[in-house]
Each structure stands twice: as C-alpha cells, then as structure tokens.
Design a protein around this ligand. Structure first.
Ligand SMILES: [Zn+2]
Length: 125
C-alpha cells in the first residue's frame, strides 16, 4: 500500500554516512532521498541514485532533534553528583539505546527535573 513516492533530490550533506560499503559497480556516491507518505512508519528512505539500492531509513527531523536532546540530557546527568546506583545504571543503559520507551522517557524526565533543574525540563520541540 505504498503509492509511488515523490522523488526528491538529496543534497543534504549533513546526512552523509562515513562508512558506505564498496561495491564493484556502484559506490553509491550519489544518493536520493524519498520522502514517504505520512502513513508510513518511516519518514524517508535514502537510496542510491544510480542503482536504486536501499541505503538507510531517514528519521523525521523532529526525531533527530529529540535524540540529540536526549543524548545531551544523558551526558549532563552522567556528570551529576549524588546519583544512586540504579540511576547510574539507567543513564548508562539509556545512553546506549537508540530509542527510549515512554516509561524510560518518563524516568529520564524525572531525573532531569531532580538533578538538572527545571530549565532543562522543558518539553521537546
Ligand atoms: Zn548504487
């Protein structure tokens, strides 16, 4: 159930992947980003412009921003004094995850409120 996605030329160098596997025929130097319909789980895909091979999923810009913010919060928390043992474990565990569950997110917000103060506890974009 996917209508033909609109082609969008990818000129966003910020999303370049450093480790692109080398293929004899195609090195995928030119990529194209296809934005998927809103019903899709993913925001967009990145494909090779020449051979069309799937390279990666692209997260929503909002998701990227939130991840960066989460990583920042976790880094800040990791430097806090007075964390309990389980809080340290939680922070270490959470920083290795790509994605937090709503429950983990709640815990993180609580830790931020406790250790980082209210100014860091504003909602995510
Ligand atoms: Zn290719």
């Amino acid at each position: 159930m996917s209508p033909p996605p609109k082609e969008k030329r990818g000129c966003d160098t910020a999303l370049k992947t450093p480790a692109i596997p080398k293929y004899a025929a195609c090195r995928h130097s030119a990529t194209v980003e296809l934005v998927l319909p809103p019903s899709s789980v993913h925001h967009a895909t990145k494909r090779c412009l020449h051979c069309g091979v799937f390279l990666k999923w692209l997260p929503k810009p909002k998701t990227l921003l939130r991840r960066r913010l989460t990583a920042f919060k976790l880094a800040q928390l990791g430097m806090c004094e007075g964390l309990s043992a389980w809080e340290r474990v939680f922070i270490r565990d959470a920083s290795q995850r790509k994605k937090l569950s709503p429950r983990q997110r709640g815990t993180l917000d609580q830790l931020c409120a406790t250790y980082l103060g209210a100014k860091h506890h504003e909602g995510v974009v």
